[in-house]
Design a protein around this ligand. Structure first.
Ligand SMILES: [Zn+2]
Length: 78
């Protein structure tokens, strides 16, 4: 995962954009568009970047990730 993804994720957490809805469900507000938010579980996100990940990296054995998913991980650790 890229350093910029981690940086973005940390910023989302610091700015209070991660909201816990349930034990395994979180709402993460978009940093670029406050009107937008994504529903994130512990291993999936409904943003376009996450959905497109497997399209672009199909068969490379990589696990999809995005700044929202990473933000939830940081949120849970901190
Ligand atoms: Zn996402």
């Amino acid at each position: 995962m890229s350093a910029s993804t981690v940086r973005k994720a940390k910023k989302l957490v610091e700015e209070g954009n991660v909201i816990k809805i349930d034990d395994e469900l979180f709402q993460v507000r978009s940093s670029s568009d406050p009107e937008k938010s994504y529903m994130v579980t512990l291993d999936s996100c409904d943003c376009l970047g996450y959905k497109n990940f497997y399209k672009f990296h199909h068969g490379k054995g990589l696990k999809a990730n995005c700044s929202h998913l990473e933000a939830v991980r940081i949120f849970l650790q901190g």
